[in-house]
Write a protein that binds this ligand. Sequence first.
Ligand SMILES: NC(=O)c1ccc[n+]([C@@H]2O[C@H](COP(=O)([O-])OP(=O)(O)OC[C@H]3O[C@@H](n4cnc5c(N)ncnc54)[C@H](OP(=O)(O)O)[C@@H]3O)[C@@H](O)[C@H]2O)c1
Length: 249
Amino acid sequence: MKLYNRTIVVTGGTSGIGLAFALKLLNRGNKVIVIGRNQATLNQVTSKHKGLIGLQGDVSNADSVREMAAVIRDRFPEVSILFNSAGIMRAFELTDDNLHLERTTAEVGTNLNGTIWMTEALLPQLARQNEAMIVTVSSGLSYVTSPLHPVYSATKAGVHMFTDALRVQLKKSGKSIHVMELVPPLVAETNLIPDSGGPIPSMSLDTLVKHGIQGMERNKKRVVPGLSKVLRFGGKYFPDALANAMARG
Ligand SMILES: NC(=O)c1ccc[n+]([C@@H]2O[C@H](COP(=O)([O-])OP(=O)(O)OC[C@H]3O[C@@H](n4cnc5c(N)ncnc54)[C@H](OP(=O)(O)O)[C@@H]3O)[C@@H](O)[C@H]2O)c1
């Protein structure tokens, strides 16, 4: 798909992977709308990067998703790409007596519900374009569980399965909407894991963006760069050994 002169919505576009893709796409002559919950961060990002358009909203809140979809439909009816990057990752012990239900399912709300809801809410609008694309962002941790983050991998495996189902349904319906899953390994320069400094080498944001943009231009179904390829293989043949290794941090 040609990535020029398009209008693109990037959820989680105020930081890390979403922001890096938003800036690359902006610099290539596209109109880019970035979504995040925090209005102060949106203001900061849009005043630093002229041309980026901010839209405040929470992908884990159904009312907010409906509101964002209505604003996008009214103000930007030409949107042809949805890039679902909003995501969170939480470490906790399931045996902790102080845990509460909302805490353990926060990742389900943002990573899984958020991806499904934004996709569903923008689909009618995307379907009206000559050509459109939906990108989902899963993770190498969709192949291997991270026991330190007991719910994260479950949400990313869910994103993976949802993406495959979506692609097949859209193909059957004859709609010209490409569906690509980006499967990042651990990536540097993001705020997902603020205290990460562990032994696993990370990919630079720049390298990830190069892989992702190339995949989008070539209408790839899936982009699995760097260590994610290893996790894909390892998760198939040595899931228990890898889960135990991940538990050691
Ligand atoms: N970083 C990695 O190593 C890595 C590896 C594999 C996969 N991923 C995936 O890549 C995606 C982006 O992660 P990142 O590393 O770029 O994280 P990040 O730097 O923490 O950025 C997360 C972005 O999502 C937004 N966000 C979070 N919850 C939201 C919600 N409920 N509604 C709307 N926006 C929300 C944040 O803004 P607000 O807080 O203002 O809402 C921020 O813009 C995530 O899906 C993550 O799981 C990351």
